[in-house]
Design a protein around this ligand. Structure first.
Ligand code: HH2
Length: 299
């Protein structure tokens, strides 16, 4: 974790060399997705969890000042987007919370993060929470149920004309299914809902949902075969950061999975991911830029 108590000289040097204005940043609430996606390397979305129970950083940023410091740090490290979540979405062991509880965590933090000038995405399963965040300057809706759980989500996105991340998800993993087919069918349903609500396809980003309703093997299959999803013609986002499949290869606690996260994200970038969602922003930005400089991320 790169929060201030555990900063290292190495990470400080990386920050110093990487600070730059964010592509796609505009006035609060206005976000130029095509500009962000036109960079020679994938955009990096830094994760900010205001939760006590997130799987890798639960409890670290429940104090608003610490959350804002972490957001500032990720911006300095080169994050193009800050993804704020106030309810853990992890499949096992997270506590469902009310919209009011979620909002009480967001209110003291989100407007200040918006004022940092980098587009903010709101990671929530509830349209009422996303609506509040969009009204307070968030610029992207991140729905880990791909418009399929909350019937108000698609209409809300259309009304606000903001980009939406449609993530694949399942209630439980089934090792017997063809995960790529399942993802394609899920996306077809989500895109149908989006089209019926009048959401423009230019506002949609697809995410195969690494670790969500998938066995570790299926998560790795998705990473290996990500390029197949490019045929849908929409930008792809991948978030493999610190996820459990890494520990099935090399047993490790979430904070010990940086190497696996970077390996997975480079494979995802090579497979066409244009946005990478990561907790460790400095290291991820550096890895992606080096891969791009070597010519491994031809677009
Ligand atoms: N992963 C998590 C949460 N939100 N959103 C998208 N679009 N893609 C992802 O892969 C994704 C996501 C889970 O990671 P984290 O936020 O660190 O954990 P938690 O849900 O426990 O807060």
């Amino acid at each position: 974790m790169l929060d201030s108590p555990t900063r290292t000289a190495q990470s400080d040097r990386m920050i110093a060399t990487m600070s730059r204005p964010a592509a796609g940043a505009g006035p609060a609430g206005h976000f130029d997705l095509p500009a962000l996606l036109s960079q020679p390397y994938p955009a990096v979305m830094g994760v900010l969890n205001l939760t006590p129970d997130s799987f890798s950083d639960g409890g670290q940023f429940t104090v608003p000042e610490n959350a804002l410091a972490q957001a500032r740090r990720m911006v300095a490290e080169g994050a193009d987007i800050i993804d704020i979540g106030a309810e853990s979405t992890r499949p096992y062991g997270s506590e469902p919370i009310s919209a009011e509880e979620e909002l009480s965590r967001l209110r003291p933090v989100l407007p200040d993060v918006v004022s940092l000038g980098v587009p903010v995405s709101i990671d929530s399963m509830k349209s009422s929470v996303i609506a509040w965040a969009l009204d307070h300057g968030a610029a992207i809706a991140n729905d880990v149920w791909g418009l399929q759980r909350d019937s108000g989500m698609a209409g809300l996105v259309r009304e606000h004309q903001v980009p939406v991340i449609i993530m694949h998800n399942r209630d439980s993993a089934d090792p017997a299914i063809d995960i790529m087919k399942d993802i394609a069918a899920f996306f077809a349903r989500s895109l149908d809902i989006a089209a019926k609500a009048g959401v423009s396809s230019g506002k949609i980003v697809l995410d195969p949902g690494i670790g969500f309703g998938k066995t570790p093997e299926q998560s790795m299959t998705v990473l290996a075969r990500l390029d197949e999803l490019q045929s849908l013609g929409l930008p792809l986002l991948v978030g493999a950061s610190r996820k459990r499949f890494i520990s099935t290869v090399t047993p490790s606690e979430p904070h010990q999975r940086l190497g696996g996260s970077i390996a997975a994200h480079l494979i995802a970038a090579k497979g066409g991911a244009r946005i990478i969602r990561a907790h460790d922003v400095a290291e991820t930005v550096q890895a992606l830029r080096v891969a791009a400089a070597i010519g491994e991320l031809q677009r």
